[in-house]
Ligand binder design. Structure first.
Ligand code: FES
Length: 146
């Protein structure tokens, strides 16, 4: 079994911002084709600021920990700053993940982007290119971290 550091274990055992935002105006759901895990991200955006962020996941411990950290990193930030969140930044904030678990952090980044894209789509607007998640992105993210 992969060894997790204390920070990861803390976010796994006591995940921040778990739940559902009933009046979310941006929701994103993504899945990892390899493991079948699913992540759902809820955003409440007011005046281009993410005033509230919550997530729910059917995922592994690393998926829980990275989502928890991702929500902490983007809560209170502008849409533009949230879109700059990378899975690498999430892993760094967690002080590292076992290499075989890096792909789990991709789910958190993609869920944030998909939720932001949904926010634009709901308002009849075209999402910015940074919010578009391509099918191939996951492989690229993994490649960048190996
Ligand atoms: Fe599926 Fe971690 S093993 S997200």
């Amino acid at each position: 079994m992969a060894a997790y550091n204390e920070r990861v274990m803390d976010h796994f055992r006591n995940p921040r911002n778990v739940g559902v935002i009933e009046d979310a105006n941006g929701v994103g759901e993504v899945g990892n084709a390899k493991c079948g895990d699913i992540m759902k991200m809820y955003l409440k955006i007011e005046n281009d600021v993410l005033t509230d962020v919550k997530f729910s996941t059917f995922g592994c411990g690393a998926a829980v920990a990275t989502s928890s950290m991702a929500t902490e990193l983007i809560k209170g930030k502008s849409i533009n700053d949230a879109l700059k969140l990378t899975n690498k930044a999430v892993v760094e904030a967690l002080e590292g993940l076992p290499p075989v678990k890096i792909h789990c952090s991709v789910l958190a980044e993609q869920a944030v982007k998909t939720a932001v894209a949904d926010y634009y789509t709901r308002r009849g607007l075209t999402p910015p290119p940074e919010a578009i998640v391509e099918e191939s992105d996951e492989e690229e993210f993994i490649a960048n971290d190996e």
